[in-house]
Design a protein around this ligand. Sequence first.
Ligand code: PLP
Length: 449
Amino acid sequence: MGSIHLVTHVPGPKSVDIVARRRAAMSNGAAFLTELAIESAAGAVVTDVDGNRLLDFAGGIGVLAAGHCPPAVVDAIQSQAGDLMHICNIVATHEASVELAEALNAAAPGDFDKKCMLMNSGAEAVESAVKIARAATGRAGVLVFEGAYHGRTNMTMSMTSKYSLFKKGFGPFASEVYRVPFPNILRRPAGTDVDEFIDWSVQRLHDAMIGFVDPTALAAVVIEPVQGEGGFIPAPPRFLEAIRQICDTHGIVMVADEVQAGFGRTGRLFSIEHSGVVPDLITMAKSMGSGMPISAVVGRADLLDAPHPGGMGGTYSGNPLACVAALETIKIVNTPEFLNRATEVGERLRAGLELIAAKHPVRVAEVRGLGPMLAMELVADNALTPDPDLTAAVTKATTARGLITIRAGLFGNCVRFLPPLTITDEQIDEALALLDDAFSAAVAEVKAR
Ligand SMILES: Cc1ncc(COP(=O)(O)O)c(C=O)c1O
């Protein structure tokens, strides 16, 4: 028997009712991608309030590398909750926060002294990295990329690229943010060779130091080594090396935003490790806490010590429950067994996605990603016209059949796959068979409109 078991239509009547109450009681500003109300979850399976069991390939948007409710994490939270739920690291120190910082410093790439700052969300970590870089360099400028997503606070929204979904109506934005193209190989000019395109992208980066901003005005270059919301686009290693070289030459802080791609999501603890490039600071969140709200900036000790005492942190930074959850999650994720298995998950999933793509050669422009962080980009024609309608139809069709998937991409035309990496081969195969069926149904539905 498979993992998926549906006892009602999806969404079922209880989900519909709760979602209607959500619409009435909660702000429209926080959107939702499915009409499901979930009651419980374990591993890769969620159970909704109607008793339907679904496979979760959204993983709380990349939060559940170690799966839903990993028993060791649950035990640690339960036992910690009875002892101390909060003290505030500004008032006093809780040992788990120190242990966590030590573990993160040891795990992050870089053969230099490291320190760590704990925060609550991905956006807060990115915003903190910018503050650290500014304090350390005495400069204001921040260089970011087309397609980037860094969060929804004012600074990180300003650093985020996609306007309509994330920025419309929310200006004025933070100043001193400069944006350059990201080498999206699929969308390179027709007829251009891949290597030449990467050369061109590197040259654009150098040109930006004359045309957009002087490098001596830049505090930081912030890059997602694999763009997340942008559609799971890996940065070519040569591009990351060029950023490293520019940062070294001009004393700029290189920040790798690993909020979505970190913590095992690509088969390495941090996705930038695939390239061998060592950033000065890494921002991390999502899978770090298996669902507890926790994030961190980890990197060069001298940079982390640059802000004045009191300038950083917050009431909940280093919360005991979140710290013990993260400590147990690292023990699970940062092992060769887990990371090797994550790579196998990626290989199996990619092979299955390629087979589905081969059945729809015009509609699937690309299956791409790094390790098990995979997406399909969907288009309407050979000219690669983005097809967000087909994408929405696919995610709706998979969810109705019991497989939760969500979209991504600057053009909203990628289906992204973020399953728990504890998933079994049988569950991957079950999901792929269902996706195959849902994809054909979605193509027929969109054609008939
Ligand atoms: C790369 C990246 N940075 C930052 C963020 C913001 O994280 P949060 O939603 O926890 O604020 C995200 C969230 O998706 C992300 O993918």
